[in-house]
Design a protein around this ligand. Structure first.
Ligand code: AMP
Ligand code: ZN
Length: 227
């Protein structure tokens, strides 16, 4: 993508500033600084960082052939080229987003509804006895393509799909410590957004709750007998 020299200079200056910061400062200030860039500048950075070579971006743009089973303006679902079973589908946002915590709440809600419907379609089309919804975030979690995607895998008796772990034995204290640490992160749900490492990436302002006028239909209907 061709970008004006002044726009590229702005990007370079931003990265210079970020480079002179500590990791903590970067985390705190980067979202605000990136907001000042135009969509064209953001797209330019993505291309520079390899977004242009991402195979799933290629599929989303129709540049890499794939067996499409669903598409709308935000998402696409295609058959996995290395399926666990016939009918194994991967569902992805068209925008290059690396991991689930980076997806907007709005698109996450839309995605989950579509995954639910796709799982029904896969069930019916393959006569599966079960379906796994699998989503890997980060290489250590088994993510091999760094573009967010969700697997929809039909399951059959005695198939070759293995999703398993060795259960650990935790002490009561270890369970409680985890409960405390995760609950601490969830108490501001709706206001704070964390990345996969638990770092705060976005803090939304508190919106005043508007009280909606009660709809007539919602009010309980009480039938009175005429005297
Ligand atoms: P994951 O290990 O969760 O990152 O899964 C990536 C999945 O994408 C694997 O199951 C691959 O077989 C699949 N995959 C990689 N490239 C393509 C492609 N060009 N078309 C369809 N599926 C693909
Ligand atoms: Zn991508």
């Amino acid at each position: 993508m061709a970008l004006a020299e002044k726009d590229i200079k702005e990007i370079e200056e931003l990265f210079e500033k970020l480079g002179s910061m500590t990791l903590e400062e970067q985390r705190a200030k980067a979202p605000e600084m990136l907001k000042k860039l135009s969509p064209e500048q953001i797209e330019f950075i993505k291309q520079q960082q390899g977004g242009g070579q991402c195979p799933f971006c290629g599929i989303a743009k129709g540049e890499i052939p794939a067996k499409k089973v669903y598409e709308d303006s935000n998402f696409i679902a295609v058959l996995d080229i290395n399926p666990g079973n016939p009918g194994h589908v991967i569902f992805l946002p068209k925008e290059h987003i690396a991991v689930l915590p980076q997806l907007s709440d709005d698109l996450t809600a839309k995605a989950f509804v579509l995954v639910k419907k796709l799982s029904g379609a896969v069930f019916d089309a393959t006569n599966a006895q079960g379906v796994n919804i699998l989503q890997n975030n980060g290489a250590v979690a088994g993510q091999t393509v760094p573009h967010l995607h969700i697997h929809i895998i039909p399951r059959f008796d005695d198939d070759k799909v293995r999703i398993e772990w060795d259960p650990l034995k935790l002490t009561e204290e270890q369970f409680e410590e985890m409960q405390k640490r995760i609950s601490e992160k969830t108490k501001d749900f709706g206001k704070k957004v964390y990345d996969v490492s638990g770092n705060l990436v976005e803090e939304k302002e508190n919106k005043k709750e508007e009280k909606k006028p009660e709809k007539k239909e919602d009010a309980p209907r009480i039938r009175r007998r005429r005297a």
